[in-house]
Design a protein around this ligand. Structure first.
Ligand code: C5P
Length: 397
């Protein structure tokens, strides 16, 4: 049976958590309740233990040594972490990485989708700090079920009422489904720049940091895919669950990508592959005096173009970093490289793109249909791109 962790914090709407448990159980899920200390002052943990059939966790940090690492073991087991109701305090702790009780520590240990259903007084909910914390968590990929407007415990009417349990449970089930939506698929992602060497110390490269490609790899993993990440030089840590391959040059990237191409169902070429290399590379450092002489460059292999010729039923996604006529140039590349999708962005926009945690893109599909995103974190952009890829797969099946 699939296990869900239900975090419960101290809002008057805590009694609605009971219905949430019931609804998950009706769908054959098991629920492990984790209460904050204050929540356990509102309702006895016994009620949740009896209802869920598993002992509710309150704060084992005060308990046995062996229980202190329970959050790590449990974190690996759960398919979803849902916090309902979530107070301003819990949201603030998650947003700032404070891990001082079981629930907040658990949040930092899970790798599954996280869903938060806030419940609090309207002034607290609308407070800039709370809203900033919510935005920050959304930017990290955490999902929210927004509260409703209505009669509140403080006898005010306003925003802050916990969303109805059925809406929370539906969203939770959708996220669990999504976390398996690419199960059985192999996703090959390229990321970062390439380096084309002139000699052992000098090379031609570009401003790509690899962030977009690494986020795409992470998101594909979160959806259950087997992920192969082929990356040029990047300061980022590759996701642990990915099969990782480090390359330097476009030619090395081509070799690695070709090696994995057959088993891949989806290929996302987020790498900014250098279009040129030096016609001749020296194995020794070229002396300064000689550097003034003419240096010629030649094109590198166009990996994506070559792949597109043997693409079959695979989904092929390209990226287009442009500085002018963004959509027009992207459409040209989409057609020339026979792609299922191209993700275009204007790299002159300093708020987003190269080296930034944010991006604003146009997703262009064959036929010219374009979806323009807001300025979002690269995590959110990767979710959008993979949603569109899943739509394409759905149509191909
Ligand atoms: O460089 P360009 O803008 O044409 O890149 C468009 C797409 O083609 C990107 O997805 C990039 O990863 C890929 N590309 C490639 N091999 C190259 C140049 C670009 O696969 N030599």
């Amino acid at each position: 049976m699939t296990l869900i962790a239900l975090g419960v914090s101290s809002s008057i709407s805590i009694y609605k958590s009971c219905e949430i448990i019931r609804r998950f159980q009706e769908k054959d899920f098991q629920v492990q309740v984790i209460m904050t200390k204050n929540a356990s002052r509102l309702i006895s943990p016994l009620l949740f233990s009896a209802l869920s059939g598993r002992e509710a966790i309150v704060d084992p940090f005060e308990g046995q040594q062996s229980e202190r690492i329970a959050h790590v073991a449990l974190a690996k087991e759960v398919a979803l972490l849902l916090v309902a109701p979530a107070t301003a305090n819990v949201i603030g702790k998650f947003a700032s990485g404070v891990a001082d009780d079981f629930l907040s520590t658990f949040y930092t240990a899970v790798n599954c989708p996280v869903l938060i259903a806030p419940a609090m007084n309207e002034a607290m909910y609308l407070h800039r700090q709370t809203q900033q914390n919510i935005r920050r968590l959304k930017g990290l990929g955490v999902r929210f079920v927004e509260p409703e407007r209505g009669y509140l415990a403080c006898k005010d009417t306003g925003w802050g009422r916990l969303a109805p349990p059925e809406r929370i449970v539906d969203e939770g089930l959708r996220l669990i489904k999504k976390s398996r939506s690419l199960k059985g698929k192999t996703v090959l992602v390229t990321a970062g720049p390439t380096r084309e060497f002139l000699d052992p110390v000098r090379f031609l490269t570009n401003r790509s940091s690899g962030k977009m490609g690494y986020e795409l790899a992470e998101e594909a993993i979160r959806r259950g895919a087997d992920v192969i990440l082929v990356s040029g030089p990047s300061p980022l840590f590759p996701p642990q669950e990915a099969k990782f391959s480090q390359v330097q040059t476009a030619e090395e990237m081509e070799k690695e990508v070709s090696k994995h191409f057959t088993k891949a169902d989806i290929i996302i070429m987020a790498a900014a592959v250098s279009d040129f290399k030096f016609a001749e590379a020296s194995s020794k450092k070229i002396k300064k005096e000689k550097l003034g002489e003419k240096i010629s460059i030649v094109p590198t292999p166009d990996i994506l173009l070559k792949l597109s010729r043997k693409k079959g039923s695979k989904v092929l996604v390209g990226f287009a970093a442009e500085t002018e006529n963004v959509a027009e140039n992207a459409v040209k590349k989409l057609k020339a490289k026979n792609l299922d999708m191209i993700v275009a962005n204007n790299v002159l926009d300093e708020r987003v793109g190269f080296e930034s945690d944010f991006n604003q893109v146009s997703i262009i599909l064959p036929g010219g249909r374009a979806i323009r995103s807001e300025k979002m974190t690269k995590i959110e952009i990767s979710q959008l791109i993979l949603d569109k890829i899943e739509e394409i797969i759905g149509k191909k099946c």
